[in-house]
Design a protein around this ligand. Structure first.
Ligand code: HEM
Ligand code: HEM
Length: 130
């Protein structure tokens, strides 16, 4: 597999989510307070796991990570997800003021996912680099 700079960016962001998620998991386990479990789960799954997959899929099919639409997908996801998770943490800690951000953040993340699906479906046959 050859290099893809866009994949490297996804991997760098993914490991930041991984580190935060596992830190939170350890704090949850240690304190016995699991109230932020949904934040931990989605930091891991939408952050670490999904972003690593975006990067890995981009290594195999670089066309999926290139151009304006791919840039748009990157930013939708990376703005929507932190907004969603910060607002979710606030909600779970009894601060409902950020609920609209939770709704909008989820929606923006979801649009990022839909765009990724579109990029994969339309570009997966374009060029293979293995
Ligand atoms: C040292 C690392 C980790 C620690 C200490 C940890 C700790 C925890 C704790 C304490 C819970 C709450 C369990 C409960 O209340 O039932 C939890 C839930 C969860 N963790 Fe982790 N975790 C770690 C790593 C991971 C990783 C790497 C992933 C995914 C890639 C992950 C995914 C999840 C999920 C999906 C849940 C929710 C499970 C459910 O719905 O019942 N965790 N974790
Ligand atoms: C924008 C995208 C997503 C939204 C808005 C969302 C929303 C939710 C909601 C509302 C719950 C119930 C939480 C609760 O009962 O406290 C949940 C649970 C869960 N979701 Fe997601 N989800 C998303 C993406 C994903 C993805 C991509 C994965 C896996 C790759 C995933 C895995 C899980 C798991 C394992 C649970 C059960 C653990 C928990 O309660 O936190 N979710 N999600």
């Amino acid at each position: 597999m050859t290099d893809n700079p866009h994949s490297r960016t996804w991997f760098r962001v993914a490991v930041v989510y991984f580190a935060i998620a596992v830190t939170l998991g350890i704090v949850m386990g240690g304190s016995g307070d699991h109230s932020l479990m949904a934040v931990h789960a989605h930091l891991n799954l939408l952050g670490w796991v999904s972003m690593s997959l975006f990067g890995l899929i981009g290594l195999a099919y670089p066309a999926i990570t290139e151009g304006r639409l791919a840039r748009c997908q990157f930013w939708l996801y990376n703005i929507g997800l932190p907004a969603m998770l910060i607002a979710l943490a606030a909600q779970l800690k009894g601060v409902p003021r950020l609920d609209p951000v939770l709704g909008i953040g989820s929606l923006v993340t979801g649009i990022g996912v839909a765009l990724f699906a579109w990029l994969v479906i339309t570009r997966v046959a374009t060029r293979v680099r293995l």
